[in-house]
Design a protein around this ligand. Structure first.
Ligand code: FEO
Length: 395
């Protein structure tokens, strides 16, 4: 698949993967491991693919050029999904020198103990291919210490590896060939679940890129679809997400034992809806955590609820709260609610956890012994309404 003059996509589409990074990321739409072949006086490959797809990448390259004619392999990132094919590829490309950061060299040596013909690069280093050239930009912690971006100035193509990617398997290669809303949702899901905790670094890196005046025409990530025509859309979305900019919406997440906490969650939702604000409700035991984290990326208020079990939150909401606070959300409001039978504890623990992680709780928590009375349900409705009116509603 030719994506520009002398540039071919030689990656692999993983149609059936349903969870990524262990089970930390649901990939209902599959994914792709993008790799690019650059043909010139010197020939280069940008990034490998996940190991089980190595033969697919190798066959694709082979249809365009004999492997022994590959001069350079650019390893933007050493994680398995982009480096898995490199041991096989380097055996078949005996003349190829690998280019990457010092940390990338370290990750490859640890993942695949073998002798690597590795050339370490830093920001500003360049590599001539003939008519085209490559320029390297270190991007530490976006999202691994070894991460690097590669810039092709003659064609204005930016190869950022994981950044700006989406877990989408598709027969298409370009964003503009697909439903843009769906691609943006997957890009947001990717950002929320991988880059949200690293937002401070994302802001600095994007501002540094903007100050370089690169005039990017195409962003070719290593997962999903390629941004062309209007790459500013994804750049500005990344900046907005990194700045923790929120929309006027609330997300309610809870776990229940016998349904009392569910009734409270619905009463809070009624209050929010009555106030005309956008809100969603999720029983965490029945939900996909990756999707809820995505929804929370730009939500202003989080309502977290749980029944009490052994003076603690129920285990699934506890795990979710651990995941959420690990995302280091900024500038958010929260509220805790829940129920108990004979001894409470869950609501107090939710409140403590949210406050410890910098989420402000301006309203009293609501707790119900056994099934919530009409008074408690009214207090829940009132909480939703007050939060909606004072912090979310635009009218
Ligand atoms: Fe950090 Fe797509 O691997």
């Amino acid at each position: 698949m030719k994506i520009a003059e002398g540039i071919h996509w030689v990656g692999a589409v993983d149609w059936n993967i349903r969870s990524f990074h262990g089970n930390t990321f649901s990939t209902r739409l599959g994914t792709s491991y993008n790799s690019y072949l650059l043909l010139d006086e010197k020939n280069a490959i940008i990034d490998g693919v996940y190991g089980p797809f190595a033969s697919e990448q190798i066959e694709r390259i082979n249809t365009l050029i004999p492997l022994e004619k590959i001069d350079y392999i650019i390893a933007n990132h050493g994680e398995n999904d982009h480096s898995g094919s490199l041991p096989a590829l380097t055996k078949l490309c005996p003349n190829a020198k690998i280019f990457g950061t010092a940390k990338c060299k370290e990750s490859l040596e640890r993942l695949y103990p073998q002798s690597w013909n590795f050339h370490t690069v830093k920001t500003g280093d360049t590599l001539s291919l003939g008519k085209k050239s490559l320029s390297f930009i270190e991007a530490p912690m976006l999202h691994w210490p070894d991460s690097m971006f590669t810039w092709l100035p003659e064609l204005s193509i930016f190869f950022p590896n994981d950044a700006f990617g989406q877990h989408i398997a598709s027969s298409q290669r370009f964003v503009d060939e697909c439903d843009i809303a769906s691609v943006m949702h997957e890009a947001k899901k990717y950002y929320a679940n991988i880059l949200w905790p690293l937002s401070g670094l994302v802001i600095k890196k994007i501002e540094a890129l903007l100050s370089m005046n690169l005039d990017i025409h195409m962003i070719a990530p290593s997962h999903g679809l390629i941004w062309r025509n209007n790459p500013e859309t994804i750049l500005s979305s990344y900046l907005s997400w990194a700045k923790n900019e929120t929309k006027n919406k609330a997300v309610i997440v809870y776990e229940t034992m016998w349904g009392a906490t569910t009734k409270m969650a619905h009463a809070i939702l009624e209050g929010l809806v009555h106030q005309g604000v956008e809100a969603s409700l999720h029983d965490i035991a029945l939900s996909d955590m990756t999707d809820i984290i995505t929804e929370m990326l730009d939500a202003k208020v989080f309502f977290i609820g749980s029944s009490t079990h052994g003076n603690e939150m129920l285990p699934t909401i506890a795990a979710f709260l651990h995941l959420l606070t690990g995302m280091k959300p900024k500038n958010r409001l929260g509220a805790a609610f829940g129920s108990y039978g004979w001894g409470g504890g869950a609501v107090k623990r939710i409140k403590e956890t949210l406050e410890t992680h910098g989420i402000k709780l301006p309203y009293d928590s609501i707790e119900s012994q056994f099934s919530p009375s009409q008074e408690i349900l009214e207090a829940c409705r009132s909480l939703g309404q007050q939060v909606g009116k004072n912090h979310i509603s635009t009218s």
